[in-house]
Design a protein around this ligand. Structure first.
Ligand code: SF4
Ligand code: SF4
Ligand code: SF4
Length: 456
C-alpha cells in the first residue's frame, strides 16, 4: 500500500508497510495514479497514451521501469511484515496506570469529558488505603516487567495532594521490594500549584502535563472557575514559575481547541511565546450537539490550520529556536516498535485506570461506564475477559484501520472515542481519523523536508 499527497509544494509518497518516505516528481506522481502491482514488463500502452498528453512517452516508460525496480527491491508497495505480531501478541502485563486520586475539580471547564471532575459518579477523593491497593495491584499485574508508569489524574489531583505524597512514598518502598521502577507523572490544571508542591513534583515526577488552552480569551471561554471567572491569569503565572524549575525533566503544556478557536495555531504560538517549548493542542472530542463541538464542516479550516501551524513551526526552527508540537512528532527512522505500532495506547490490556473507589477501567475515558468496569483493587476482583477483549483491539481487527494508510502511525485511534462516538471500540471515529491523517501528512512533510535539508 502507498499513500501520496501534495503539500508545501512537494509531491510526497509514503510506502505504508516499510514506512519509507519519498519526494517524487510530477510524472511519478501521476503515473502512480494509473499503475499498481502486479506490474507488466512494459508500461501499459493505454497509460502511456493517456499521460503522453503531458509527458514525453520515453520518460513515461523510463519512470515505469524505475517504479517496477523499486517494487522488486521491496521499497514500493512493500509487504506487510506486521500482521504476524498482531496474531501472536495478545495478553501483556499491566505496566501503566492512571490513578484517579480526585474525582473533584476546582474548575468547571465547559468541554470536560469527566463531568467537570466527578465522572458522573459524585465528587470524591481517593483514600490512602485504596491508593496503596492500586500500587499492590500494579506490582502484581506487571509480572516480570521492571519499568512501570503511573499518572496521577483527576478531576484535579492537586486537591488530594497529601494522598499523592503518601502513595509515592508507599510505591517507592514497594518498588524496592519487587525490584521495579515506577515513573510517575501528574496531570494538573495548575490552579493549586504552590512552591512546595512544585518541589515535590520536580523531585518525584518524570513528567507533568499542564493544562491550558492557549490565548487568555480562548482559555477563559472554556476553562472557568466555579464562580465563572477565567483561570488563565492564575495558571499562566504558576506555569511560568514551574517550568524553569523542572530543569531537564519533561513537561508539556496541553490544550484543547474547539469550534470557537479553529485558528488554534495562534494558541500554539501564544504558548510558545510564553516560554513553553513542549506543546500539545488537541481537538475537542464531544457530543456533536454541543455548541463547541467540531463538525465535518470544520475540517477544511482545520486542515488549513495544521498547514499554517507547520509553516509557523518551521519558521521558528529556522530561526534556531526549539519548539516541539506533540502531534507533529514522528520518527521516520526508527518508529515505535511493531507491537506499539499496532496497538497504540494499550488501554485495557497494558494500561488501566483506577477510580477513587478502587474500580478499575480500561482507561480514564472509560471511567464510570459500567460495562467496562474490570474489577476493584479493594476486593481483588478483575475481569480478564475485558482485558482480553482490549488486547485484541488492534489495527487488524478494526475494519477501517486495515485499509488505512495511517495505521502504523495512528495505531488504530482512540478506543474510547471509537466507543463513545462510533459505537464500538473497533469502529473508527471518522472525524478524529480525518484530523489524525492531516496531522500525519504535515508531520511527514516536515520530517521529509528536514531530511532533505540535512542531506544537502
Ligand atoms: S480541569 Fe480537567 S477535570 Fe477539571 S473541569 Fe477542567 S477538564 Fe474537567
Ligand atoms: S486514522 Fe482512523 S482508520 Fe486510520 S488507522 Fe487511525 S483510527 Fe484507523
Ligand atoms: S483509549 Fe483513548 S483516551 Fe484511552 S488511553 Fe487510549 S488513546 Fe487515551
Amino acid at each position: 500500500m502507498i499513500h501520496k499527497y501534495k503539500l508545501a509544494g512537494l509531491n510526497i509518497l509514503l510506502d505504508v508497510n516499510s514506512g519509507g518516505v519519498h519526494i517524487i516528481d510530477d510524472l511519478t506522481y501521476d503515473l502512480l495514479d494509473n499503475v499498481e502491482p502486479p506490474f507488466d514488463e512494459k508500461c501499459p500502452a493505454g497509460v502511456v497514451a493517456k499521460l503522453s498528453k503531458t509527458y514525453d512517452a520515453g520518460d513515461i516508460e523510463e519512470c515505469y521501469a524505475e517504479i517496477v525496480e523499486l517494487y522488486n527491491d521491496k521499497i514500493l508497495f512493500s509487504e506487510d511484515d506486521y500482521e504476524k505480531y498482531a496474531l501472536t501478541s495478545v495478553a501483556s502485563p499491566i505496566k501503566s496506570m492512571c490513578l484517579h486520586v480526585s474525582h473533584d475539580c476546582n474548575l468547571r471547564c465547559e468541554y470536560c469529558f469527566a463531568s467537570t471532575g466527578d465522572f458522573g459518579g459524585g465528587r470524591m477523593l481517593m483514600d490512602l488505603e485504596t491508593g496503596k491497593k492500586a500500587i499492590d495491584f500494579l506490582m502484581k499485574m506487571s509480572a516480570n516487567r521492571e519499568t512501570l508508569e503511573l499518572d496521577f489524574f483527576g478531576g484535579e489531583p492537586l486537591m488530594n495532594f497529601d494522598v499523592v505524597r503518601q502513595i509515592v512514598a508507599y510505591a517507592r518502598e514497594e518498588e524496592k521490594k519487587y525490584n521495579k521502577k515506577i515513573r510517575f507523572t501528574i496531570t494538573t490544571n495548575g490552579m493549586l500549584l504552590t512552591e512546595d508542591k512544585m518541589d515535590f513534583i520536580n523531585e518525584e515526577m518524570s513528567n507533568v502535563v499542564l493544562s491550558i488552552d492557549g490565548r487568555k480569551e480562548v482559555n477563559d471561554r472554556m476553562r472557568r472557575r466555579v464562580d465563572g471567572s477565567g483561570s488563565y491569569d492564575r495558571i499562566i503565572e504558576n506555569y511560568k514559575k514551574f517550568v524553569p524549575l523542572r530543569g531537564d525533566k519533561d513537561y508539556y503544556v496541553r490544550g484543547t481547541y474547539t469550534k470557537y478557536n479553529l485558528d488554534f495555531s495562534n494558541d500554539v504560538i501564544h504558548l510558545f511565546e510564553q516560554g513553553f517549548e513542549q506543546i500539545s493542542v488537541e481537538p475537542v472530542m464531544a457530543d456533536p450537539k454541543m455548541p463547541y463541538a467540531i463538525s465535518d464542516g470544520d475540517l477544511p479550516k482545520i486542515f488549513r490550520e495544521y498547514e499554517i501551524l507547520s509553516e509557523k513551526i518551521t519558521k521558528i526552527r529556522e530561526e534556531g529556536k526549539f519548539i516541539n508540537f506533540f502531534h507533529f512528532m514522528l520518527d521516520l527512522d526508527q518508529g515505535p516498535c511493531a507491537i506499539k505500532r499496532l496497538k497504540g495506547c494499550g488501554c485495557g490490556n497494558e494500561y488501566v485506570a483506577v477510580a477513587p473507589d478502587g474500580d478499575i477501567y480500561p482507561c480514564h475515558q472509560f471511567v464510570g461506564i459500567e460495562k467496562f468496569r474490570m474489577g476493584n483493587v479493594n476486593d481483588g476482583s478483575f475481569d480478564y475477559g475485558i482485558k482480553e477483549e482490549f488486547s485484541k483491539a488492534h489495527v487488524y481487527t478494526k475494519p477501517e484501520c486495515v485499509k488505512c494508510w495511517a495505521k502504523f502511525y495512528c495505531s488504530g485511534g482512540c478506543n474510547a472515542n471509537n466507543y463513545l462516538y462510533a459505537g464500538d471500540i473497533h469502529n473508527s471515529y471518522k472525524l478524529a481519523c480525518e484530523i489524525q491523517k492531516k496531522r500525519l501528512e504535515c508531520a511527514i512533510m516536515m520530517k521529509a523536508v528536514q531530511m532533505m535539508d540535512t542531506a544537502e
